[in-house]
Design a binder for this molecule. Structure first.
Ligand code: ATP
Ligand code: MG
Length: 376
């Protein structure tokens, strides 16, 4: 059976178009474990018309819409029979035909095809033609080697195929926001590597790590292969609590996270960070504080949720399937560091001064050495 996939945005890629198309073909083939091939401006997949396969395709960035279709020889008689069979099967009372051809040599143009096929259905059924909101639309696409007939277009998530935009490192907390931020970059073609900092001991880890792994598993449906680095942070946190006044802790803590993640970024050949920051959501997310944190990064920090409202982020998390896991209680290191009176307008100068009192060099090395990597 065939599934016809149409993509978004790739049409504007000029000479790079084959690269984008081939990446999407590969991603689809791998996700469905099926044969996928590039046709004229679309992709043809050999796979069953199952709900499961539909669900897989709904998670692949780059797909604008897809259809379970019948494929027939591009001959008028065969097309007529197929269109009629599809119309009869639908039990709809009204219909319209929506034909298009990428093969301009086909002897009839789309308008003529709409008329010929419409009349054929009218003559052999009791259905009526209705151009606006019909009970059934029969789509027909004619290629040089075959023609495709289908009645439904299922929406994909659009964007660009993962693997066309390079790698980024996501600082993944156990919260609602960072998974959505990771998804936003996958949707733009980035491969996302995950880094999570934890402050429990190794004994508690086996059970607690599950939540973070489950978040990565959900997100992995969009990119099909993921890496998760779990970085121990307890020792650094203890050092920090010893030397930094409460109001600055969380900011210095975030800076340390970025510095450690930078090592992973280099190891992975990534080109930037992704974080779930959102202006004003919590005290550490004033513009001043975001500035003070990001100043520690030597690579760009992308924060795609920066201007969204909390409700919009929650809806997005529900939509991508991470919300249920995100709201499971989880003692994050940050919960531990939250101050009664946090600094809301941190000056970089002050932060750096406090930082200079910490001796974290060896601890960072040690944390990286003990970081464990899980592949999905
Ligand atoms: P989230 O819902 O993603 O936790 P948030 O709005 O609650 O975000 P914070 O908890 O202040 O904000 O964290 C801001 C960002 O810092 C997170 O979105 C995430 O990118 C990063 N971050 C926070 N805690 C961790 C952690 N333990 N490990 C890795 N990254 C973290
Ligand atoms: Mg959080």
């Amino acid at each position: 059976m065939s599934i016809l996939v149409h993509y978004s945005e790739i049409g504007t890629k000029g000479n790079n178009r084959p690269f984008f198309e081939n990446t999407l073909v590969r991603n689809i083939g791998k996700a469905l474990n099926a044969k996928a091939e590039r046709l004229y401006g679309k992709i043809l997949v050999e796979a069953t018309h199952s709900k499961e396969n539909g669900l897989v395709l709904q998670h692949i960035p780059g797909i604008a819409h897809f259809s379970f279709c019948r494929s027939v020889e591009p001959k008028l008689e065969e097309i007529k029979d197929t269109v009629l069979a599809v119309a009869k099967k639908s039990k709809a009372k009204t219909f319209r035909i929506d034909a298009s051809r990428s093969d301009k040599k086909f002897p009839y143009n789309s308008l003529q095809l709409n008329n010929i096929l419409g009349e054929y259905v009218l003559a052999h059924t009791k259905m009526r033609v209705k151009l606006n909101k019909p009970g059934l639309t029969v789509y027909l696409e004619i290629d040089p080697k075959q023609a495709f007939v289908y009645t439904e277009k299922a929406r994909g998530i659009g964007g660009l195929p993962v693997g066309t935009a390079g790698k980024v490192v996501c600082l993944l907390s156990g919260g609602i926001d960072s998974p959505v931020a990771a998804y936003s970059l996958m949707k733009r073609g980035c491969e996302v590597v995950f880094v999570h900092f934890y402050n429990y001991d190794e004994k508690a880890k086996a059970a607690k790590k599950k939540k973070i792994e489950n978040l990565v598993k959900e997100l992995n449906r969009f990119q099909l292969k993921s890496k998760l680095y779990m970085v121990p942070f307890l020792e650094l946190q203890t050092e920090l609590v010893k030397h930094v006044p409460p109001r600055y802790r969380i900011l210095i803590y975030r800076r340390l996270m970025l510095k450690i993640a930078e090592e992973i970024l280099r190891r992975e050949g990534a080109k930037g960070f992704v974080m779930g920051d959102n202006i004003g959501q919590v005290a550490s997310q004033t513009l001043e504080n975001i500035n003070a944190v990001y100043e520690a990064a030597r690579y760009p920090v992308f924060a795609p949720l920066i201007g969204m409202n909390k409700q919009e982020i929650i809806e997005a998390a529900e939509h991508i399937g991470t919300y249920k896991t995100s709201i499971i209680p989880y003692e994050d290191c940050c919960t531990f560091l939250v101050a009664k009176h946090p600094e809301t307008k941190a000056a970089v100068k002050k932060i750096k001064e406090l930082e200079s009192k910490l001796d974290t060099g060896e601890m960072i090395k040690e944390a990286l050495k003990r970081a464990d990597l899980t592949e999905f």
